[in-house]
Design a protein around this ligand. Structure first.
Ligand code: 5MM
Length: 342
């Protein structure tokens, strides 16, 4: 492993005031997103939508990296420029989703394990050759009712796979983004989310340590400590900020290069407000706190675009606005009044 390359890529990815745009939806997920705005999920439509997201020149001020799906890293803009080259031209690091999705976990009803380790070493080499400088692997953890889930087995197998993935990435000089997502679905309260998030993070970091993963070249992508979507009492913004930061302080080693949040189904402005509250109230944490949102960055632009070619530029402006707001939230300088001006 060339330490200096890994150092500079990590620093670039976690540059202050910048975050990651996640556009690595697998075919079933992009199908759902497109269906919500009446667009058919064809290869051409996916290419057109992703060109809109990638070829937004001012994005480089706010975005350090973009996570691509396998199909997208092999595609080109209309002028023939490969998407990964286009990103580099804009000063943005190309990244790649390398997991093959979460599948039902045998023996653990209602739980999933993420697959994709077979052949991963070879795939990482291929992606490296296509300019990918960081990667992402997402594990999915569900919170069950009455303390039933997650099982110890589910946490263990997913943490183990994240460790294997991260070690293989570093061997290939690719920065691993390690994403154990605790789902927001359910009626659990915020305290239960904190408990499950803590157990998940502890299992993941124990496994990364066991497998010799260099934490200074690792980025954690995690959910915030929020109330379940169907919980009648929703935690306030300041409470989400406080509980999330305390949970991270308890479970995330200081050596980790950075923490980026997923949005998990939060409304775009709420995801921004939460990130802002954390950075405003806790400016001196051992790691930068930033974003790696999918839906919370894309949604307004997707709703507006809805497949119409004459709306590409106005949709780009909406994307850029969310990128800018979240960039400000990385240093606690976001204000709700910015939304009115959009
Ligand atoms: C962009 O969506 C990513 C890929 O999801 P699938 O494998 O389910 O298709 C996803 O991993 C995403 O990066 C994270 O969930 C964060 O996105 P959100 O929308 O939660 O911010």
């Amino acid at each position: 492993m060339d330490e200096s390359i890994m150092d500079s890529t990590t620093q670039e990815l976690m540059a202050r005031g910048k975050g990651i745009l996640a556009i690595d939806e697998s075919l079933p997920t992009i199908g759902k997103r497109f269906a919500s705005v009446g667009v058919k999920s064809t290869k051409d439509n996916r290419r057109a939508w992703r060109e809109l997201l990638i070829d937004t020149p001012e994005s480089g001020q706010y975005i350090s990296g973009v996570i691509l799906f396998d199909e997208t890293i092999r595609q080109q803009a209309v002028d023939g420029t490969p998407f990964s080259w286009l990103l580099q031209k804009l000063g943005i690091l190309p990244g790649i989703k390398v997991d093959m999705g979460a599948r039902p976990l045998a023996g653990c009803p209602g739980e999933k394990v993420t697959e994709g380790l077979d052949g991963l070493r070879e795939r990482l080499q291929e992606y490296h050759g296509m300019s990918a400088q960081f990667a992402k692997w997402r594990a999915v953890i569900s919170i069950g009712e009455e303390g039933s889930l997650p099982s110890a087995c589910c946490l263990h197998v997913n943490a183990h796979a994240l460790g294997r993935y991260a070690a293989l990435c570093q061997e290939a000089e690719i920065i691993p983004v390690v994403e154990p997502e605790v789902l927001m679905e359910g009626n659990h309260d915020q305290a239960r989310c904190r408990e499950v998030t803590a157990r998940t993070l502890q299992a993941v970091f124990a496994e990364l340590e066991r497998q010799g993963v260099a934490l200074e070249h690792t980025v954690l992508k995690t959910g915030m400590v929020v109330s379940g979507k169907d919980c009648p009492e929703q935690a306030a913004i300041a409470q989400v900020a406080e509980q999330t930061v305390q949970c991270l302080q308890e479970c995330v080693p200081a050596a980790v290069a950075g923490v980026v949040f997923l949005s998990g189904g939060q409304a775009p402005t709420t995801a921004t407000a939460h990130l802002n509250a954390m950075n405003a109230a806790y400016p001196d944490l051992p790691w930068p706190l930033s974003f790696s949102y999918g839906r919370a960055l894309q949604e307004p632009a997707l709703q507006h675009w809805a497949g119409q070619a004459d709306r590409v530029e106005s949709a780009r402006a909406l994307l850029l606005h969310r990128e800018k707001c979240n960039s400000l939230a990385c240093t606690g300088r976001y204000a709700e009044s910015l939304e009115v001006a959009s």
